[in-house]
Design a protein around this ligand. Sequence first.
Ligand SMILES: *Cc1c(COP(=O)(O)O)cnc(C)c1O
Length: 379
Amino acid sequence: MKSLQPDLDRRKDERLYRRRCLLSGPQGPELTVNGRPMLGFCSNDYLGLANHPEVIAAMQRGAAEYGVGSGAAHLVTGHSAAHHALEEELAEFTGRPRVLLFSTGYMANQGVITALLGRGDVVYEDRLNHASLIDGGLLSRASMKRFAHGDMSALTRQMQSQESGEALVAVDGVFSMDGDIAPLLELAAICSEKQAWLMVDDAHGLGVLGATGGGSLEHYSLGLNEVPILMGTLGKGFGTFGAFVAGSEELIETLIQQSRSYVYTTASPPAMAEATRTSLRLVQQEPWRRQRLQELIGRFRSGAEQLGLPLMDSQTPIQPILAGSVERALEWSGRLEEQGILVSAIRPPTVPEGGARLRVTLSAVHTDEQVDRLLEALA
Ligand SMILES: *Cc1c(COP(=O)(O)O)cnc(C)c1O
């Protein structure tokens, strides 16, 4: 058994050591971090629902009705009426025949890819896909081909050399560290020609993009025929916790039978499903949250452009500022922290070498003044 300390020390030397900050109190723009008040620009609670009074009340009612623990896996006695109602409401929301809840997005991605592919098949993934899509591909034992970010001709070339087996193309709908939207129209055309599955992980698009919050698919007006597999997470725009897959009857039934990350895990608490049902209603009934986000994105981008900051081409609440080196990203984040502003520095391997950045995220409940404070600190 080797000593673990040298690797930990090396990480520190390379300034890649990760630390957790300690929060007290709820999510929101104003946080208490390590006992100190901070203005946060790094959560994924894009619509400001994580601490919404109606969502909290729904969770409390859910706990009173169902208790806390679900007690078992969905296929044993863990599947409650709350989970079932949420699945039906999400199916309606996404305009798809059926939905299956998973405990986390990480597990949903693993569950889908491993259920549909095996040895002899090929999974094609954008280089900047979320780690859970990459890990799902590796675990499936299919051959894994990664194409340069957004490079449709590279993808087409790779697909041309596949001779047998199933093909599945998986992408983030909105890329989590860059904020750009995947070229889904082109991807849908390529997949339809090659008879390949197209899977979109819309963790950062759902609730945020599209007139009704339908995400990157609504943004491009794409449906089940073009994108047979839609994965969404509930811990970001929806402000709660968990994930789902939406698709055909056959797809969902296959996942129930075959997804090991569905079958062999305890169902999430029913009260969580009740909280999400309320947040789903708010996502649909309060379009002002999306409008407000767009205003804040515009305000932030024009302010940052005036300052000459290296913004990326993003229309979403993910607004990275490219630093390049790890030292620079940490220095920037440290200087902001001194001024009471929390923006995390994202370093390799979460982003490619040389791509360290500040990942600024905006929420519908940030005020104009808070965004201006961020801009002043950045200046
Ligand atoms: C956060 C995220 C996930 C994982 O979802 P969890 O519910 O947090 O496990 C998957 N895909 C993308 C693109 C994400 O950003």
